[in-house]
Design a protein around this ligand. Sequence first.
Ligand code: ARG
Length: 459
Amino acid sequence: NTEKLSSARFAEATNAFVEVFTASVNFDQRMAQQDIQGSLAHAAMLGKIGILTEQELTDIQHGLAQISGEIERGEFVWSVKQEDVHMNIEARLTDLIGIAGKKLHTGRSRNDQVATDIRLYLRSEIDVILVQLKRLQIALLDVAEREADTIMPGFTHLQVAQPVTFGHHLMAWFEMLCRDQERLQDCVKRINVMPLGAAALAGTSYPIDRHMTAELLGFSRPSNNSLDSVSDRDFAIEFAAVGSLIMMHLSRFSEELVLWASAQFDFIDIPDAFCTGSSIMPQKKNPDVPELVRGKSGRVTGHLMSLLMLMKSQPLAYNKDNQEDKEPLFDTVDTLINCLRAFADMMPHIKAKHENMYASAKRGFATATDLADYLVRKGMAFRDAHEVVGQAVRLGLNSGRDLSELTLEEMQGFSLSISADVFDVLKLEGSVAARNHIGGTAPEQVRKAIAVARVLVGS
Ligand code: ARG
């Protein structure tokens, strides 16, 4: 069947280039199984209201099952002449079963059909994304558990600020992913509403049972307004926005891994299996995976912008513009799945270099705030304590020593409130252990946070 769509209305064949230019089959065939799923539900409903005979319904079911198999086995012949996934499948169905195939489209339009397909597609892909996201969350919990006591510098302005535990840092990443997971689950609520029945834009004059179709397809309900149903793509924009946030988070993680793997930081080792070499510099081991994930974040944010621009000037209801929603959406899905997967695979194998992390925190006077807090506990006003510690840091800098390496006499030269117990707070271990409240960096708190998180993700 290679005839032009609605050929009777046209006096001439489609321009050959326009035919290719307007076709979407090369990319929207990705929704083939969803298209079949939607058609099966629509046909069952048409059968129930008496528009299809039992025989016709059975023929359609058999025909669609065969087509589904042909597509899965890669035998299906896609034709640009048939424009898109919907027409290709319908044409093949009519070739297979004849007249019943031609009745399938009763009370339906490609406009509500495509809107339904995208929603079914996104709904199932979000499940896949959530699986990868959870894998990464569990990987982070495992590493955080291993590194609950590992001391590293915490940074502000990328300058050493206060000591933290590596486990605590990883749990910060975990928290970001928890919000991403919630956002994904929340956007499914708006995706999971059924457009089918809106037909082209105004609904249909057949006595359709939209509740039945919605139930068959697992939608929570039929949509409220036919015009909105065929033209709304804000569910897709919302998904791309959530995807952009996820990629922004992965990009931040990536940036840290790349920095930490550098000789200058030397905090971690990324295993060889996740790195590549240089074609010219024999000594190089490059952190390709985090670099690529960081790079790919731009792609998804770009897709969010594409979709927003795609929609912003469209009058109601359906416009062909909407065909442009698919490629950004598909690429967003692919990028999310691949990047989350790469991270989930890699994280368990990241090796923390404990001595380097520890030494870096020490070099950076990370316990300066602890000394100020110590003086406050001895009765000094915080601003005065800040001043005293500043002098001690300057002495340390000038003599190449950490605060814990200054002598008691030297420190007493800045304040007589200082006594021998000061060395407890100047130790990095003492500093992190002291931050022992909900959300604090103390190893004890990190372990508690991990336990709570494990219940949440069920690991
Ligand atoms: N391929 C089209 C799309 O992706 C399907 C809907 C076409 N409807 C139409 N009236 N041209 O949006």
